[in-house]
Design a protein around this ligand. Structure first.
Ligand code: 2BA
Length: 107
């Protein structure tokens, strides 16, 4: 079994979750915040059998779009505004980590 941790744009989250549920994947949806843009995104935790990992990733890939997002003028404490030379960043489609699961139990 693997744990898929998928960080998706909140604009794509509903569609991704519907598509995963339709294919009977189990997942936990968490409201998260990107460290750089400090705007909301959604993180999905999915315990997935090894042979279904690629299918899950394909669903995520299919439903997550790349988009340009505006950068805040100040991105951290003490950091001066620099949006005048880079006003937008390319975000997504999704950021996906696949990790081994040592043990899985439901009780
Ligand atoms: P954020 O941290 O808000 O980052 C949003 C986008 O800003 C990133 O898109 C990337 O294009 C840009 N960005 C991030 N850090 C940057 C930096 N230090 N300098 C310049 N540009 C930077 P994505 O790469 O598609 O990431 C989307 C979201 O996925 C991120 O939101 C973060 O929540 C998560 N993420 C991405 N890579 C990660 C990683 N290695 N570990 C944990 N979370 C990650």
């Amino acid at each position: 079994m693997k744990m898929i941790t998928a960080i998706v744009n909140k604009k794509d989250a509903a569609e991704v979750c519907d598509a995963l549920a339709e294919e009977r994947f189990s997942f936990t949806k968490m409201a998260t915040t990107g460290g750089f843009l400090k705007s909301g995104n959604v993180t999905l935790l999915m315990g997935v059998e090894d042979e279904k990992v690629e299918a899950a990733i394909e669903i995520i890939r299919k439903h997550c779009a790349q988009r340009m997002e505006p950068m805040p003028s100040v991105v951290g404490a003490g950091v001066p505004a620099f949006s005048y030379y880079k006003a937008e960043v390319l975000v997504g489609g999704a950021t996906v980590f696949v990790s081994p699961v040592e043990r899985f139990e439901k009780m």
